[in-house]
Design a protein around this ligand. Structure first.
Ligand code: SF4
Ligand code: SF4
Length: 337
């Protein structure tokens, strides 16, 4: 199937059609934050105001708080009810290329030795519709990590905004199948494709932030014991954990049982290596000093994850820079090593 296009003023009709048979999630503003939320049945203007979400898309697949199971004491012992996600397709419309890559990066972990049925079920049921960036933020550095603002192979469909139209390209078979079912689209040809390419190149040129990843693992190993360096770059950090919560690839969690004697539930919550109380079980957090916790976060992303899974656990989305209350900048920390 060839590429398709749609006028932006027809997006509401397109969303209405997608929402008939799927749960449609689009960028939405709530309480000062932007995140993906079920489509409200009306708004279709987010391409005009949205650059990226504050809450990373991982939250749709690995929620901040998740009830995993419930248990009840019966005559014969405990009865357990597992609360796996249900069936039904979720169409995520408007995911940026950096965030689609982030999901590919954490897919590796959640499907490794311990397969996570909660995350994997939601991923299996999702269709990702990417949206290229026109105006990257000044904190973005995705191009340093092999992500391009104007294209993505990590989605099912990819859209590029072109004046009053959206070009829609099928990337995967799942995307192609969905595209074939949508009505009201016009055919797009080579002219639109080459225009989309130009727009992608121009978005790339707007990204000026960079980090150097060549030989970074070796440099990090040599710098590991440099206490003075890590103490210096950690000084202003308040251990609030915001950088890890907004990061689309950070995936630490804690699991607790909330037990009311006769019944209870098992809950999984996002956790953060920035917290002094992180990993207190089975003994205690071995990283008492803040600089050790900061060092852990950067080494995990740029040394351990590549060593274990052959992928850097950062996509250059820049959220941790934008949201840090004291302006800690990952580009400066990695650049200083
Ligand atoms: S957001 Fe900033 S202050 Fe908070 S833990 Fe991260 S680096 Fe530290
Ligand atoms: S470490 Fe920062 S720039 Fe990298 S993916 Fe996480 S939030 Fe984005």
């Amino acid at each position: 199937m060839g590429n398709k296009k749609i006028k932006k003023d027809q997006l509401k009709a397109l969303f209405g059609e997608l929402a008939k048979n799927n749960v449609l999630l689009t960028p939405s503003k709530s309480k000062g934050f932007v995140g993906f939320a079920p489509w409200d049945g009306d708004s279709a203007d987010f391409p005009e105001w949205y650059r990226n979400t504050t809450i990373p898309p991982k939250a749709m697949f690995f929620p901040p708080v998740e009830e995993m199971l419930r248990f009840k004491k019966g005559e014969e012992g405990y009865e357990v009810e597992e609360l796996l996600p249900g069936e039904g397709t979720q169409v995520v419309f408007g995911i940026r290329p950096c965030d689609a890559r982030a999901l590919k990066i954490i897919d590796i972990l959640f499907s490794d030795t311990y397969k996570d049925p909660y995350y994997l079920k939601r991923r299996e049921n999702a269709i990702l519709v990417g949206l290229g960036c026109k105006e990257p933020c000044d904190t973005c550095f995705c191009t340093s990590i092999d992500v391009s603002p104007g294209e993505s192979q990590d989605v099912d469909l990819f859209c590029t905004e072109m004046d009053d139209e959206l070009l829609i390209e099928a990337v995967s078979e799942k995307g192609e199948e969905l595209l074939s079912k949508i009505s009201g689209l016009s055919d797009a040809g080579d002219e639109e494709k080459s225009k989309a390419k130009q727009l992608g190149e121009s978005a790339k040129e707007k990204i000026t932030g960079r980090i150097e990843t060549a030989e970074l693992q070796e440099k990090m190993r040599s710098n590991f014991e440099n206490k003075e360096y890590w103490e210096g770059v950690s000084r202003k950090c308040m251990s609030c954990g915001i950088c890890t919560y907004v990061c689309p690839t950070c995936h630490c969690f804690d699991i607790c049982d909330e037990n009311n004697k006769k019944d209870g539930k098992r809950v999984r919550n996002w956790d953060s290596c920035k917290f002094p109380l992180f990993t207190r079980m089975p003994m205690e957090n071995p990283r008492h000093e803040k600089w050790r916790r900061i060092r852990q976060r950067y080494h995990h992303k740029f040394e351990y994850y590549p060593m274990n899974f052959d992928a850097i656990a950062c996509t250059g989305c820049g959220r941790c820079i934008r949201e840090c209350p004291v302006n800690v900048d990952i580009r400066e920390i990695i650049g200083g090593i």
